[in-house]
Design a protein around this ligand. Structure first.
Ligand SMILES: Nc1ncnc2c1ncn2[C@@H]1O[C@H](COP(=O)(O)OP(=O)(O)O)[C@@H](O)[C@H]1O
Ligand SMILES: [Mg+2]
Length: 251
């Protein structure tokens, strides 16, 4: 379980997270929604230790990760392997090297790494022959799969996806959502997904909305369309009228 308590982080005078509280259950699929620039990425970066909060706690397996220093943090990253943002692939490496990178860097022989990489490639629905390809030869959807395969090499207990479907066509969006769901079930990985795709509600267990530094709503995804909270109501329907204002705009 991830227990977030009073998490606060300001840039200048603006509190991006403001005494934010949230409990994430083991193995759940949690979707996080909220406007662009609202602080979703900054929030998740505090969970994984990339940004240090001004105050508050992020308890993972009973440890406050905001208090860990580089060395210890790295141990947690490795053990739980809980970081994933569909990070950019390295163009200078082929698919095999991208996926196997952490083991190869540790000095493991390529023959030993290959079967492990193949297993992950198959798990994310790619053909074996993709291994020899350069990343420039891959489509957007294939790149996402390769990124996921690389993360799965760490056997993560927690996987964080920061806008995994942005910029993809509707069919690929669905394929990626299926893959996230399947990964959550197979790996029993707690999956936290930031998304603007309302289709995510068909996959997630719960939905949390970030607004002005706090989680203003959290509840079952299947009930999201019945939620009366006016911010949620306006946001998921994309209504221009409502309590959420467009900054700097008169209409
Ligand atoms: N390292 C940083 N230094 C200063 N401001 C930042 C930094 N990272 C993000 N911000 C600001 O924090 C706000 C929230 O950003 P972000 O978390 O990326 O939003 P979201 O992911 O919800 O679109 C933005 O206004 C952004 O400009
Ligand atoms: Mg973001």
């Amino acid at each position: 379980m991830i227990e977030i308590k009073k998490l606060t982080k300001a840039f200048g005078t603006r509190k991006i997270t403001n005494e934010l509280d949230l409990s994430i259950k083991d193995g759940e699929f949690l979707a996080i929604i909220g406007r662009s620039g609202e602080g979703k990425s900054v929030f998740l970066k505090q969970i994984i230790g990339l940004i240090t909060p001004d105050s508050g706690q992020v308890m993972i397996d009973g440890k406050d990760v905001t208090k860990l220093k580089d060395r210890k943090l790295e141990d947690i990253f490795k053990k739980c392997g809980y970081v994933f943002q569909f990070a950019a692939l390295l163009d200078s490496l082929n698919v095999f090297e991208n996926i196997g990178i952490s083991l190869l860097e540790e000095g493991e022989a390529a023959e030993k790494v290959k079967p492990l990489v193949l297993e992950r490639i198959r798990q994310v629905g790619l053909r074996d022959d993709v291994l020899e390809k350069q990343t420039s030869e891959l489509s957007g959807g294939m790149k996402k799969r390769v990124g996921l395969a690389r993360t799965l090499m760490m056997n993560p207990k927690i996987i964080i996806y920061d806008e995994p479907t942005t910029g993809l066509d509707p069919i690929t969006v669905r394929v990626i959502h299926d893959l996230i769901k399947q990964t959550q079930k197979e790996q029993k990985a707690t999956s936290i997904v930031i998304s603007h795709d309302i289709e995510i509600f068909n996959y997630a267990d719960r939905v949390a909305m970030l607004h002005e530094g706090k989680i203003i709503h959290i509840g079952p995804a299947k009930e999201i369309w019945e939620v009366e909270n006016p911010y949620v109501h306006q946001f998921i329907r994309g209504l221009p009228e409502g309590p959420i204002k467009q900054p700097g705009v008169t209409k």
